[in-house]
Design a protein around this ligand. Sequence first.
Ligand code: SF4
Length: 258
Amino acid sequence: METSRRNFLKASGAFLLGLTIWPAVKSFAGNNTDEIARSEAPAGKKWGLVIDMQKCWPQYQEGCRKCFLACQRAHNIPDIANKEEEIKWIWTEPFENAFPEQEHEYVAASIKGKPFIVLCNHCENPPCVRVCPTKATFKRRDGIVMMDYHRCIGCRYCMAACPYGARSFNFSDPRPFIKEINPAYPTREKGVVEKCNFCVERIDTGLPPACVDACPAGALIFGDLDDPNSEARKILAARYTIQRKPELGTHPSVYYLV
Ligand code: SF4
């Protein structure tokens, strides 16, 4: 009884939050959020990620989860079994969930139902940034959408605004669920939202994101989209790629080779 009441309150709360936030998200679509970008990132870069699923799938089918584990270790992501409370920075969704606008009854068997790696898209026009009342989430000049955990008040407007489900909320203290704490990265507290940060702590020192480094197949290609000579840009110029929910005008910085 108590559990179903809590579930109902959670669901109705999320619904009401959605009703409140969605008009705001729609009204922001198309606006430029650069004016609220903070200045600590170097100008002249625009980070992006290309994901080659054809390279990923053979490894994934063999049980490879190296990118997920590297991310989990680098960022002290708790391992919470309860699906309603799990914390996700990078994970997989079946094709139909990741690309609902591409779904039709004749979709190629080679991609139907296949798992696709998903994460925060570091949108060029991020609705999560627009709705945050404390500017706890913000976009850097290099395009990375960041979280300031200390400013987050746990209102979860950003979660309602993100059309990709890329954000997680700490319903409880995450620290007891972290296998081995990495002292180089902060742990979070109960009541705080978190998500992928494109490994900003690594790229600011010249290292690639941990997931990119860990992938044995070279399926994750990270680079400066403003640099025509970057590997990511060369791939985008040479091959057809798709993005998640392009019709929403968020302009994701994550591209997929299928
Ligand atoms: Fe924000 Fe979601 Fe876009 Fe990430 S994917 S920048 S959380 S709207």
